[in-house]
Design a protein around this ligand. Sequence first.
Ligand code: TXA
Ligand code: MG
Length: 323
Amino acid sequence: MSTGSPRVLPAERGVDEAAAVLRAGGLVAFPTETVYGLGANALDARAAARIFEAKARPSFDPLISHLADAADLAVLVGEVPAAVAALAKRFWPGPLTLIVDRPQAIPPIVTSGLGTMAVRVPDEPSARSLIAVAGVPVAAPSANRFGQLSPTRAEHVVAGLGGAVDVVLDGGPTRCGIESTIVDARGDRPVVLRLGALPVEAIVEAVGPVEVRQGSSGQPVAPGTLAAHYAPRTPLRLGAAAEPGGGRRGFLAFREPPADGDWAAVQVLSPDGDVTTAAARLFDALHRLDAAGVTEIVAEPVPETGVGRAINDRLRRAAATWH
Ligand code: TXA
Ligand code: MG
């Protein structure tokens, strides 16, 4: 873990200073509507290398580049396939990452040597101003150490990355709370590479049937889909509150706190039963259970509809880390 601490600035007022840091090759953590990103100038190979270093991220795991405006896509990559353009038009700014051919301007380190590039326009005003003022595409993975929980608050970033990041823009808790959905729409039928904040149903409604094909190990299609990922430090398993167990245990509930069982800590994701609310709270609740000093976290699966699918996906991956 890095020593020292970053400068933390309020998101809206810190934009100019943070943009200058990006232009000078530094690292800026910033809020998006999904999770906090760890940004660097995507045109600068050395700046991008610092992201991998700060996160202890393997070099085979490519980064997502962020643009200020959907119109910037054509400027950066030229023409894109019709289905990609249609999805961008429909969902940007928003929690959808699209795969396009890597343009010359983007150094190979950003895409881990792939001929393709992941790109999105975040739906968060301060993030878009930051990118616009910096005047460059911003490569940004989630601002956590590799394999760990994604940050949904500036405090999570500071605790996880410390002085490895130069500036943190604090925009409060993020709205969606779960990463973007990644779609490769270059072929005949769009392929969902990572479930995320934009529900599959919304994509199907816009462009027709899609295939959901998530990688799991080895050389994954989207390495964020490694089976073991998004993990708290505390062992986590999927289960129900009624199941017996020993020790100081924490429970992650969907809608209601457990009626029985001896729980040292409980987090309820969504008292109103709405999966969107649950997604917004997921990582914060896991960060809190992690900090509660429990020896095991038992997580209840949520309904498998809308963004609920992405929540269950993250919980299964967190659990896989502990097998
Ligand atoms: O919501 C988000 O997407 C957040 C915010 C900061 O934008 N970012 C994020 O980045 O989740 P990260 O690095 O944690 O996840 C990026 C995912 C990884 O699974 C990576 O493998 C995949 O995107 N990816 C990047 N480039 C790719 C490419 N060319 N083809 C397939 N997958 C790619
Ligand atoms: Mg990540």
